[in-house]
Design a protein around this ligand. Structure first.
Ligand code: SF4
Ligand code: SF4
Ligand code: SF4
Length: 506
């Protein structure tokens, strides 16, 4: 079987395994092992948590040190979608050219942003304490968008349009933050594509390279492919009729620093100001997209920006807008300048505010059930930012959990006076009354919550619960019916609450 077909099968299998994991998680409640994602680097170094994602990051890093970016060629779930998109375009008779541009600086900015998140954790939670918690990691799809328009946008822009405009594996070459990180490990790798026979210079290897690497040149200069963009797909080895290439072990091409710069193409298809225009489009759209749609959508925003930028460049190129090359000799300086400026712009734009940082620190104490510490942190935050209602709501919740119901009520009443139409606040106040065994007052607040938002399922459930607590099953049932999809589950719930010695919670 052709090596590309084998690889496609392996990538399909990876996605099938992800589907199995998601089904096990949601359908069968098997949640002991969470996601396998390179994002584990953040939990590992940020808070010292060795979860499944962190273990996966360690595994992929070690594998890359030995075998190169084999993961990118054979193990990444998004590689499958990109290769599918390319296959479909090829079937339609479209064979996109691989475009190189320094706009892939965007990847470095995203990587720096990820690494900054680690520093943010240190600022918020202090020095990380190493601990193991394999289940303490979300399901693989936790970060993924649920909105069908966003999902369709990802497929259209990050796969099809991106590849159509920039060539195969465009997402890997322009947006993915893990590419530059894995490239560092790749530089040390022992196994790589090596020259084992004389080369005839036919360039079949270069023409088939998935990542647009000049394979024939690299083996002429180094007797091996040393570009850290090589994903060990083995397409070049397969294409060489002369048996010149082999994927094998060796020592002489190992280097930690020598080729990092190669991830930014030496020769761009565009002039520097077009590159700059592309970087600006990618970063600006990425920034606003993450702000409006959430952090995962950053990658979507970058794709939108880059696709828009290329459309504009193509239009300008068709109109023969003169391309001045007068500053060619300053290219290196410009590249460094672009990286620095883009990175600073990104950090400035997205750095966490100090009030959010204190809030997160308090939340961390709350998650660890250290309510006294959480309350002290929230109160300190409120002293500094008295109008921040998010902090006040967190403080009210912490008071409730700590059993200080009077203070919790006072905080919720204050919040309600500022937000009289917020149904969730009435529901929360009702829960404090419930905990304090003031059932009639609890019922009053839950009813207000439902009046404001008749879709607030929690309030129906709480009303049912408080009526059960009062021994009034008949009144509880209509509310519980709003929560339970079938009668059997509802009856089980009612029976469960009446088991002797069972503690009821609100
Ligand atoms: S560069 Fe990123 S998206 Fe591409 S294969 Fe590697 S990890 Fe996956
Ligand atoms: S395909 Fe083989 S013979 Fe042709 S240039 Fe590449 S390595 Fe040399
Ligand atoms: S150099 Fe060969 S193995 Fe590396 S990415 Fe290109 S085709 Fe794949």
């Amino acid at each position: 079987m052709n090596i590309n077909k084998k690889r496609f099968l392996v990538l399909s299998l990876i996605n099938i395994l992800i589907v199995v994991h998601v089904v096990l998680w949601y359908k069968f409640g098997y949640q002991r092992i969470g996601s396998f994602s390179l994002n584990g680097v953040v939990s590992l170094f940020g808070i010292g948590l060795l979860n499944s994602a962190a273990a996966f990051f360690i595994f992929v890093s070690i594998m890359t040190v030995f075998f190169g970016r084999l993961f990118c060629g054979w193990g990444c779930h998004f590689a499958f979608f990109q290769d599918c998109a390319l296959k479909i375009l090829n079937k339609l008779g479209i064979h996109p050219h691989i475009i190189h541009s320094k706009a892939n600086i965007i990847q470095y900015v995203f990587l720096l942003k990820t690494l900054t998140a680690i520093c943010e954790f240190w600022l918020i939670y202090g020095i990380p304490h190493f601990h193991i918690g394999f289940g303490d990691s979300p399901v693989m799809t936790a970060d993924l968008p649920r909105n069908p328009i966003i999902i369709a946008s990802f497929i259209i822009f990050d796969a099809f349009l991106f590849i159509y405009l920039l060539g195969s594996r465009a997402f890997c070459r322009y947006v993915c933050p893990w590419a530059p990180m894995l490239a560092i490990f790749d530089n040390m790798s022992f196994w790589r594509i090596r020259k084992i026979n004389a080369c005839k210079g036919c360039m079949s290897c270069t023409k088939t390279c998935t990542m647009g690497i000049q394979v024939h040149q690299e083996i002429a200069q180094h007797n091996a492919v040393v570009n850290p963009n090589c994903i060990r797909c083995l397409a070049c080895k397969n294409a060489c009729q002369n048996n010149t290439l082999s994927y094998r072990w060796g020592l002489h091409t190992i280097s930690i620093t020598r080729r990092i710069k190669w991830l930014i193409p030496q020769h761009s298809n565009y002039s520097w100001y077009y590159d700059f225009f592309l970087i600006s489009c990618g970063l600006i759209l990425a920034y606003y997209t993450q702000k409006w749609l959430g952090s995962f959508q950053t990658f979507l925003g970058a794709a939108w920006g880059l696709c828009f930028g290329i459309f504009m460049i193509n239009i300008l190129a068709k109109r023969y807008v003169p391309l001045s090359e007068t500053v060619q000799q300053k290219r290196k300086l410009l590249t460094v300048g672009l990286i620095t400026l883009s990175s600073f712009a990104w950090f400035w734009a997205t750095s966490t505010s100090s009030e959010t940082r204190i809030l997160l620190r308090g939340n961390r104490f709350f998650d660890l059930r250290e309510y006294d510490n959480a309350i002290a942190t929230y109160r300190q935050a409120l002293n500094e930012f008295p109008s921040n209602q998010e902090i006040r709501a967190a403080l009210a919740l912490a008071y409730k959990q700590a059993g200080d119901y009077n203070r919790a009520m006072a905080e919720y009443k204050y919040l309600i006076s500022c937000n009289p139409f917020n149904a969730a606040l009435y529901n929360n106040l009702g829960t404090v009354y419930y905990r304090n065994e003031q059932y009639d007052l609890a019922i009053e607040e839950y009813r207000k919550a439902i009046q404001l938002d008749d879709h607030l399922v929690a309030a129906y459930g709480n009303l049912g619960l408080v009526f059960l607590k009062k021994g009034n099953v008949q009144e509880a049932i209509p509310f519980l019916r709003k929560v339970f999809k079938n009668e059997e589950d509802m009856l089980k719930y009612i029976m469960m609450l009446y088991k002797p010695g069972r503690e009821q919670t609100g």
